[in-house]
Write a protein that binds this ligand. Sequence first.
Ligand code: SAM
Length: 170
Amino acid sequence: MGINPRGIEFSGQTLDEYKPEWSWDNKTHYWLQKRIGGRSCLNFPCGMSHLGTRADLDPAVDPEIMADITQPLSFFEPLSYDVVLCDPPFDFYYMDENRVPFPATPWIRELVQIAREEVIFSTPNRALHLKRKDWSKEYYLTEVKGSGFIRMWQIFKRQNKTLLAFDDDK
Ligand SMILES: C[S@@+](CC[C@H](N)C(=O)[O-])C[C@H]1O[C@@H](n2cnc3c(N)ncnc32)[C@H](O)[C@@H]1O
Protein backbone atom coordinates (compact mmCIF):
# COMPACT_ATOMS: atom_id res chain seq x y z
CA MET A 1 0.00 0.00 0.00
CA GLY A 2 1.11 3.57 -0.57
CA ILE A 3 -0.10 7.13 -0.77
CA ASN A 4 -0.09 9.09 -4.03
CA PRO A 5 0.68 12.83 -4.21
CA ARG A 6 -3.01 13.66 -3.70
CA GLY A 7 -3.17 11.51 -0.58
CA ILE A 8 -5.20 8.69 -2.11
CA GLU A 9 -4.35 5.16 -1.09
CA PHE A 10 -3.33 2.86 -3.90
CA SER A 11 -2.31 -0.77 -3.97
CA GLY A 12 0.79 -0.39 -6.12
CA GLN A 13 -0.36 -3.42 -8.15
CA THR A 14 -1.32 -1.61 -11.35
CA LEU A 15 1.12 -0.71 -14.09
CA ASP A 16 0.24 2.98 -13.87
CA GLU A 17 2.29 4.40 -11.05
CA TYR A 18 0.51 6.72 -8.59
CA LYS A 19 -2.94 5.51 -9.51
CA PRO A 20 -5.36 3.73 -7.19
CA GLU A 21 -6.15 0.21 -8.37
CA TRP A 22 -9.70 1.23 -9.37
CA SER A 23 -8.36 3.89 -11.72
CA TRP A 24 -8.61 3.25 -15.47
CA ASP A 25 -5.41 2.35 -17.29
CA ASN A 26 -4.34 4.36 -20.35
CA LYS A 27 -5.76 1.85 -22.84
CA THR A 28 -9.21 2.02 -21.23
CA HIS A 29 -9.00 5.80 -21.17
CA TYR A 30 -8.21 5.87 -24.89
CA TRP A 31 -11.04 3.45 -25.70
CA LEU A 32 -13.53 5.64 -23.84
CA GLN A 33 -12.14 8.84 -25.37
CA LYS A 34 -12.65 7.42 -28.85
CA ARG A 35 -16.16 6.26 -28.04
CA ILE A 36 -17.18 9.66 -26.65
CA GLY A 37 -15.61 11.52 -29.59
CA GLY A 38 -16.62 15.20 -29.81
CA ARG A 39 -19.73 14.77 -27.66
CA SER A 40 -20.24 16.49 -24.34
CA CYS A 41 -19.64 14.09 -21.47
CA LEU A 42 -20.29 14.06 -17.74
CA ASN A 43 -17.74 11.83 -16.01
CA PHE A 44 -19.46 11.05 -12.70
CA PRO A 45 -17.88 9.94 -10.44
CA CYS A 46 -14.62 10.77 -12.15
CA GLY A 47 -12.02 9.55 -9.64
CA MET A 48 -8.58 10.21 -11.10
CA SER A 49 -9.69 10.11 -14.74
CA HIS A 50 -9.59 13.20 -16.92
CA LEU A 51 -12.35 12.69 -19.48
CA GLY A 52 -15.24 15.11 -19.93
CA THR A 53 -16.65 17.27 -17.14
CA ARG A 54 -15.32 15.78 -13.93
CA ALA A 55 -17.69 15.35 -10.98
CA ASP A 56 -16.97 13.53 -7.72
CA LEU A 57 -17.63 13.85 -4.01
CA ASP A 58 -14.01 13.51 -2.96
CA PRO A 59 -12.07 16.81 -3.05
CA ALA A 60 -8.84 14.80 -3.17
CA VAL A 61 -9.46 13.97 -6.86
CA ASP A 62 -9.90 17.68 -7.77
CA PRO A 63 -13.35 17.44 -9.37
CA GLU A 64 -14.67 20.39 -11.39
CA ILE A 65 -18.05 19.79 -9.73
CA MET A 66 -18.56 18.39 -6.24
CA ALA A 67 -21.61 16.17 -6.55
CA ASP A 68 -23.16 13.13 -4.88
CA ILE A 69 -23.87 10.20 -7.20
CA THR A 70 -26.73 9.03 -4.98
CA GLN A 71 -28.73 12.18 -5.91
CA PRO A 72 -27.75 13.04 -9.51
CA LEU A 73 -30.70 15.32 -10.30
CA SER A 74 -29.92 17.52 -7.29
CA PHE A 75 -26.75 18.53 -9.15
CA PHE A 76 -27.44 18.21 -12.89
CA GLU A 77 -30.31 19.07 -15.23
CA PRO A 78 -32.05 16.35 -17.25
CA LEU A 79 -30.63 15.99 -20.80
CA SER A 80 -27.70 18.29 -20.03
CA TYR A 81 -24.88 16.10 -21.49
CA ASP A 82 -24.70 13.90 -24.61
CA VAL A 83 -22.94 11.12 -22.72
CA VAL A 84 -22.78 10.20 -19.04
CA LEU A 85 -19.85 8.04 -17.99
CA CYS A 86 -20.24 6.32 -14.63
CA ASP A 87 -17.73 4.25 -12.66
CA PRO A 88 -18.91 4.28 -9.04
CA PRO A 89 -17.73 2.09 -6.18
CA PHE A 90 -19.36 -1.22 -7.16
CA ASP A 91 -21.22 -1.43 -3.84
CA PHE A 92 -23.36 1.44 -5.04
CA TYR A 93 -25.03 -0.73 -7.64
CA TYR A 94 -26.61 -2.71 -4.82
CA MET A 95 -27.40 0.23 -2.63
CA ASP A 96 -30.89 1.17 -1.57
CA GLU A 97 -32.56 1.07 1.79
CA ASN A 98 -33.22 -2.69 1.50
CA ARG A 99 -29.97 -3.47 -0.34
CA VAL A 100 -32.08 -4.67 -3.28
CA PRO A 101 -29.75 -5.76 -6.08
CA PHE A 102 -29.82 -4.55 -9.70
CA PRO A 103 -31.71 -2.88 -11.22
CA ALA A 104 -33.61 -1.25 -8.39
CA THR A 105 -31.15 1.44 -7.41
CA PRO A 106 -32.94 4.81 -7.57
CA TRP A 107 -29.77 6.80 -8.35
CA ILE A 108 -29.37 4.93 -11.66
CA ARG A 109 -32.87 5.89 -12.74
CA GLU A 110 -32.00 9.52 -11.93
CA LEU A 111 -28.56 9.48 -13.52
CA VAL A 112 -29.72 8.25 -16.92
CA GLN A 113 -32.06 11.23 -17.22
CA ILE A 114 -29.01 13.51 -17.54
CA ALA A 115 -27.89 11.83 -20.80
CA ARG A 116 -29.19 12.94 -24.19
CA GLU A 117 -27.69 9.99 -26.07
CA GLU A 118 -25.76 7.42 -24.09
CA VAL A 119 -24.86 6.22 -20.59
CA ILE A 120 -21.69 4.19 -20.09
CA PHE A 121 -21.51 2.16 -16.86
CA SER A 122 -18.51 0.26 -15.56
CA THR A 123 -20.14 -2.57 -13.61
CA PRO A 124 -19.61 -5.84 -11.79
CA ASN A 125 -20.86 -8.84 -13.78
CA ARG A 126 -24.52 -8.38 -12.97
CA ALA A 127 -26.98 -7.14 -15.56
CA LEU A 128 -28.33 -3.62 -15.30
CA HIS A 129 -31.80 -3.06 -16.72
CA LEU A 130 -33.48 0.07 -17.96
CA LYS A 131 -36.84 0.24 -19.76
CA ARG A 132 -36.40 -1.38 -23.19
CA LYS A 133 -38.69 1.07 -24.92
CA ASP A 134 -36.41 3.91 -23.79
CA TRP A 135 -32.94 2.34 -23.90
CA SER A 136 -31.04 -0.22 -25.97
CA LYS A 137 -28.11 -1.97 -24.31
CA GLU A 138 -24.65 -3.14 -25.40
CA TYR A 139 -22.03 -5.04 -23.40
CA TYR A 140 -18.27 -4.58 -23.74
CA LEU A 141 -15.31 -6.12 -21.96
CA THR A 142 -11.92 -4.49 -21.69
CA GLU A 143 -8.81 -6.25 -20.46
CA VAL A 144 -6.47 -4.38 -18.17
CA LYS A 145 -3.10 -5.27 -19.63
CA GLY A 146 -0.70 -6.94 -17.22
CA SER A 147 -3.22 -7.45 -14.42
CA GLY A 148 -5.51 -10.13 -15.92
CA PHE A 149 -8.48 -8.04 -14.76
CA ILE A 150 -11.43 -7.84 -17.15
CA ARG A 151 -13.72 -4.85 -16.81
CA MET A 152 -17.36 -5.05 -17.85
CA TRP A 153 -19.16 -2.14 -19.52
CA GLN A 154 -22.90 -1.80 -19.95
CA ILE A 155 -23.73 0.93 -22.43
CA PHE A 156 -27.26 2.23 -22.86
CA LYS A 157 -28.37 4.24 -25.89
CA ARG A 158 -31.43 6.42 -25.58
CA GLN A 159 -34.26 5.26 -27.86
CA ASN A 160 -36.99 7.51 -26.62
CA LYS A 161 -36.42 10.94 -28.14
CA THR A 162 -39.80 12.42 -27.17
CA LEU A 163 -38.39 14.76 -24.58
CA LEU A 164 -35.65 15.86 -26.98
CA ALA A 165 -38.16 16.59 -29.76
CA PHE A 166 -40.16 18.67 -27.32
CA ASP A 167 -37.01 20.60 -26.43
CA ASP A 168 -36.23 21.28 -30.12
CA ASP A 169 -39.70 22.73 -30.64
CA LYS A 170 -39.09 25.50 -28.16
C1 SAM B 1 -14.05 3.49 -8.94
S1 SAM B 1 -13.64 5.16 -8.52
C2 SAM B 1 -13.66 5.98 -10.10
C3 SAM B 1 -12.40 5.65 -10.86
C4 SAM B 1 -12.20 6.42 -12.13
N1 SAM B 1 -12.94 5.83 -13.22
C5 SAM B 1 -10.73 6.49 -12.49
O1 SAM B 1 -10.32 6.03 -13.56
O2 SAM B 1 -9.95 7.01 -11.68
C6 SAM B 1 -15.08 5.68 -7.71
C7 SAM B 1 -15.15 7.15 -7.35
O3 SAM B 1 -16.41 7.36 -6.71
C8 SAM B 1 -16.26 8.45 -5.83
N2 SAM B 1 -17.39 8.46 -4.92
C9 SAM B 1 -17.63 7.67 -3.85
N3 SAM B 1 -18.82 7.97 -3.30
C10 SAM B 1 -19.35 8.98 -4.05
C11 SAM B 1 -20.57 9.70 -3.99
N4 SAM B 1 -21.51 9.46 -3.07
N5 SAM B 1 -20.78 10.65 -4.91
C12 SAM B 1 -19.86 10.92 -5.86
N6 SAM B 1 -18.68 10.27 -5.97
C13 SAM B 1 -18.44 9.29 -5.07
C14 SAM B 1 -14.92 8.21 -5.19
O4 SAM B 1 -14.40 9.43 -4.66
C15 SAM B 1 -14.11 7.69 -6.37
O5 SAM B 1 -13.42 8.74 -6.98
